[in-house]
Design a protein around this ligand. Structure first.
Ligand SMILES: [Zn+2]
Ligand SMILES: [Zn+2]
Ligand SMILES: [Zn+2]
Length: 89
C-alpha cells in the first residue's frame, strides 16, 4: 500500500476479505444491493453507493471507519472515504 495521500490506506497491511458475499445490514432488513465493500477496520461487508441503502458509506461515517475494500470477485482496490483516496493492491 503506497498511496502517500492517505495515511489510512497506507496503514492497511493486509486486506481483509469478506466473510460472506452479502450485505449484512440488507439481509437483516430484507433489502438488496448492487456491489459489496468490506470495512478494513472491523471486517463488516456492506453495500456500495450504487445500492439503494448505501450501508458501507453510512457505516464509514457513523463508525469512523475510513477504509473499505471492494468485495467483488476480481476487484483489488481500497477506498478511503474521508480522503476520497483510491489505491489498487
Ligand atoms: Zn484516508
Ligand atoms: Zn446494505
Ligand atoms: Zn467498520
Amino acid at each position: 500500500m503506497t498511496d502517500s495521500s492517505c495515511p489510512h490506506i497506507a496503514a492497511v497491511k493486509k486486506v481483509t476479505a469478506p466473510k460472506k458475499r452479502e450485505c449484512e445490514t440488507c439481509v437483516k432488513i430484507g433489502s438488496n444491493w448492487v456491489h459489496l465493500r468490506t470495512c478494513q477496520t472491523c471486517g463488516a461487508t456492506l453495500c456500495c453507493d450504487s445500492s439503494p441503502n448505501q450501508h458501507a458509506s453510512k457505516h464509514a461515517r457513523s463508525a469512523h471507519h475510513p477504509v473499505i475494500a471492494s468485495a467483488e470477485p476480481g476487484e483489488r482496490w481500497l477506498y478511503c472515504y474521508p480522503d476520497d483516496a483510491f489505491a489498487e493492491y
